[in-house]
Ligand binder design. Sequence first.
Ligand code: PMP
Length: 301
Amino acid sequence: MSSQWIYMSGEFVDKSEAVVSVYDHGFLYGDGVFEGIRVYEGNVFKLEEHLNRLFDSAKSIMLQVPYEKEELEEIIVETVRRNQLETAYIRVVVSRGAGNLGLDPSSCSNPRVVVIAEALALFPKELYERGVRLASVSSRRNRPDVLPPQVKSLNYLNNILVKMEANQAGVDEALMMNDQGYVTEGSADNIFIIKNGTILTPPTYLGALEGITRNAIIDLAREKGYEVKEQPFTRHDVYVADEVFLTGTAAEVIAVVEVDQREVGDGKPGAVTSHLLSEFRKITTTDGVKVNPQESKAQVS
Ligand code: PMP
């Protein structure tokens, strides 16, 4: 087994030594932000968009990322390079760092930056062919005025609770509403429905992360001539949609074939969903930042 190198605030360490303090407020309070990024054949997909979202999330919670965007970009690329990965999943975490036991972040003087890159276990091909099943869950999405869902924070309990509800219902993913009953997203993916040729996705202010895949699909669909609207809709609209699909870094574009035991369309992945998945896959190896195996610019030890 070759070793796995993990970037930990200024140095690369072996996975077995990649540990953080129990006083880190990321551990104690979920105080921090993160990104999940994918590498397709040496292309770090939409890296700039992920960095922008990370820095925006950090700004929103007044967490100072101790690097410029360009520096962090190099560190991320170098992590992929050092681990000799072609197809990978990257996790970038910026936590408030170690402080005292009180929740006040002013005791944390050194935000911690961790970058993990590992070989990616792809979703099985059958899942794209069969589609996934959803169940609506009772836990509501955080209200945007409580914890803005656009902030990709380390506080994922809301999402974890709905994932557990989906597991208990014996389905693949949760359909999460906000406190007014409008559809928001899944536990870790955005949702789209298609009705009479129009593609709809909830506006993020209702309670959804502004997914990088979501935005890519909106752009691609419009380029291909589909009408796309960011518009509120309810569970009923999902039940009667012609097609439903989820988007996310891990899931890419995946058809939903059943919601609360109601078949979506004819119970098979729809034509528009399949078209968008194939168009999406075309940009995954070109749109982003290339990992050049020879060239290392990151200032790390
Ligand atoms: N919503 C939530 C809550 C998520 O965690 C994710 C995964 N990052 C998404 C949506 C999909 O976003 P993206 O396309 O940027 O992966």
